[in-house]
Design a protein around this ligand. Structure first.
Ligand SMILES: CC(C)(COP(=O)(O)OP(=O)(O)OC[C@H]1O[C@@H](n2cnc3c(N)ncnc32)[C@H](O)[C@@H]1OP(=O)(O)O)[C@@H](O)C(=O)NCCC(=O)NCCS
Length: 154
């Protein structure tokens, strides 16, 4: 763990906590459109009443897959989940917006970053950036084998 100069581990934890608090009640991105918008239902909760992480992972995989398939101009398969962070819990009734962008194109693979925002409450809506993930997809043909991605699709 990296400690800031002159700070004890406790001060560092407090600093991290403050950063987390700053992330709450932010705004949705205005420079791009979400790939998916949806709301979790009571059937999607875990034993504690919060939304099951696997449900969120499924939605992230779908949003990333749509984005990768657009860029690859065809079928893709998820080959790896490189990173996945649940920064805030998701609650029943949240309106989730999933934003995704291709950040790297290889010969046959594409790396996609997905961010999930939750809008909570009406009319006094709070916004949380609840999840961020990086996934790798592979462009595949009808035979399910890798196929090259056009490096310059224009
Ligand atoms: C995706 C699949 C077709 C790739 O076949 P493969 O023989 O492993 O492919 P390759 O080894 O030639 O690798 C293909 C690309 O994926 C990349 N890749 C493979 N494994 C990777 C990993 N663990 N992480 C990141 N990238 C990976 C390679 O670097 C390569 O990228 P590049 O062509 O841009 O350089 C095959 O692994 C597969 O069918 N997996 C199951 C997919 C699936 O069912 N997903 C849904 C979840 S069950």
């Amino acid at each position: 763990m990296v400690h800031y100069s002159g700070q004890t581990p406790d001060m560092h934890r407090e600093h991290e906590l403050n950063l987390d608090m700053e992330q709450e009640n932010i705004s949705l991105p205005t420079d791009r459109e979400p790939v998916l918008r949806l709301t979790p239902l009571p059937g999607d909760v875990n034993m504690h009443g919060d939304i099951f992480g696997g449900w969120i992972m499924s939605q992230v995989d779908i949003a990333g897959g749509i984005t990768a398939a657009r860029r690859a101009r065809g079928r893709v398969a998820t080959v790896a989940v490189n990173a996945f962070v649940f920064k805030h819990p998701v609650l029943v009734g949240d309106l989730l917006s999933l934003y995704a962008q291709v950040v790297r194109v290889g010969r046959t693979s594409l790396t996609v970053e997905v961010e999930v925002y939750a809008e909570r409450g009406v009319p006094d809506t709070e916004v949380y950036r609840v999840t961020e993930a990086t996934l790798t997809f592979v462009a595949v043909g009808a035979d399910r084998r890798p196929r090259p991605v056009d490096p310059d699709p224009r």
